[in-house]
Design a protein around this ligand. Structure first.
Ligand SMILES: Nc1nc2c(ncn2[C@@H]2O[C@H](COP(=O)(O)OP(=O)(O)OP(=O)(O)O)[C@@H](O)[C@H]2O)c(=O)[nH]1
Length: 371
């Protein structure tokens, strides 16, 4: 059973300062000997190693590993809150020793009612430090990762060391992580919508294709990846009739609808202007078509402020393992162009159009700029 640790369980040591919550903080005195200086340089090495990464997923993995190694932890978990997902978790990176004692990383997509991450859920829902005893001589410390006062995730460390000793280290890592992800997010995401920007497209595509993106710690089974380009119809007219502010509002609301409509595992981008891209993993074309049709209908039925009704046209194509990103973008764009030419507010798949001989050489290239 999980028990709560209190300051009574761990009397305040000489260097401890009482803080809010139940865990005292052990402040290390400045190092005065070679061992102390070595420990500090190990810490700096770890921070330098995990902030070396320029992509958020690699940063997550490196953070969990660095903290586990530095604290000689039984395990470290990093949970991230889902964007627009209420208090739900988007993913958990879990680091624990394997049978040989080497730290091993697993990426887990937590199920909604998964009890395994109850402490991290609690810490994110009500952002404060939790300290628990989870077994004989085994301590759990859970620290929220705060960004502008909101918990964007939580770090959980299970170890034999009392929480009072590990707390400064875990809190320090949580703060550095929060600052660094804020910087990375700014460079990876579109400012208006918060969706991924085009610069990150190839990386996400490669990850989906190589199966490195795992759903339960195991490589995903032979995924079929699809790319869809979504384009707002007659957007120029919206800008011309209502002004750019309402145009921007339409873009923002459309991005929100994308998040609500597609699954968490689908990767959403704003490529620029009124053009959006979705990478979907599905085993059958009918599944992809149904997901896109659900989104098309959702947009057609939504009332946008002032503008009221808009429609979207969508073109999609399947991505093979050996396809260049530019080739697949071009195929999806041809299907989109076909949709635009045949009445808009509709969806077409490249493979099906090609099989029917409907894509002639004479067809004008689509609107998307290739790499
Ligand atoms: N408000 C706003 N408008 C933008 C933004 N980026 C691009 N645009 C406008 O989007 C419009 C795109 O127009 P077109 O490429 O002609 O396409 P369209 O009017 O949607 O016509 P179809 O795609 O053929 O249905 C242009 O007027 C751009 O100025 C943005 O960030 N905000």
């Amino acid at each position: 059973m999980v028990q709560c640790e209190t300051t009574r369980d761990y009397p305040t040591p000489p260097h401890a300062e009482p803080v809010a919550g139940t865990v005292p903080v052990l402040r290390a005195p400045p190092p005065t000997n070679a061992a102390g200086i070595l420990a500090h340089s190990r810490l700096l090495d770890s921070v330098a190693a995990f902030t070396h990464h320029r992509d958020v997923d690699a940063l997550d993995h490196s953070l969990a590993l660095s903290l586990a190694e530095l604290a000689s932890a039984r395990s470290v978990s990093l949970a991230k809150r889902a964007v627009d997902g209420g208090g739900e978790l988007e993913s958990v990176v879990h680091c624990a020793p394997d049978a040989q004692g080497h730290y091993e990383l697993r990426v887990i997509k937590p199920a909604e009612r998964d009890l395994a991450f109850a402490s991290m859920r609690q810490c994110i829902g009500q952002p404060e430090v939790l300290a628990q005893i989870i077994g004989p001589g085994m301590h759990r410390l859970v620290v929220p990762i705060l960004c502008d006062g909101h918990a964007i995730g939580a770090l959980q460390l299970d170890s034999e060391a009392p929480s009072s000793a590990t707390r400064p280290l875990v809190e320090g890592f949580a703060r550095i992580y929060a600052n660094y992800t804020a910087l990375l997010n700014e460079s990876e995401r579109d400012k208006l919508t918060g969706l991924y920007n085009r610069r990150t497209f190839e990386r996400h595509l490669q990850r989906l294709l190589s199966g490195l993106d795992t759903t339960d710690g195991m490589p995903a089974a032979a995924p079929q990846v699809w790319l869809a380009i979504l384009d707002i119809d007659h957007f120029k007219r919206i800008n011309d009739s209502y002004g750019h502010i309402y145009g921007d509002e339409v873009i923002l609301l459309l991005a929100q609808q994308m998040r609500a409509s597609f699954r968490h595992a689908d990767v959403l981008f704003r490529f620029g202007g009124e053009e959006f891209v979705v990478l979907l993993r599905a085993s059958a074309e009918s599944t992809v078509h149904a997901a896109l049709e659900r989104f098309r209908r959702r947009i057609a039925e939504q009332i946008f402020p002032q503008v009221e009704h808009i429609t979207v046209s969508i073109g999609y194509a399947r991505i093979g393992h050996n396809d260049y990103p530019a080739t697949v973008l071009d195929r999806a764009d041809k299907a989109l162009y076909f949709a635009k030419k045949h009445g808009r507010d509709r969806i077409h798949g490249y493979e099906s159009l090609a099989a029917q001989g409907l894509l002639t050489q004479a067809m004008a290239p689509g609107s998307i700029d290739l790499f």
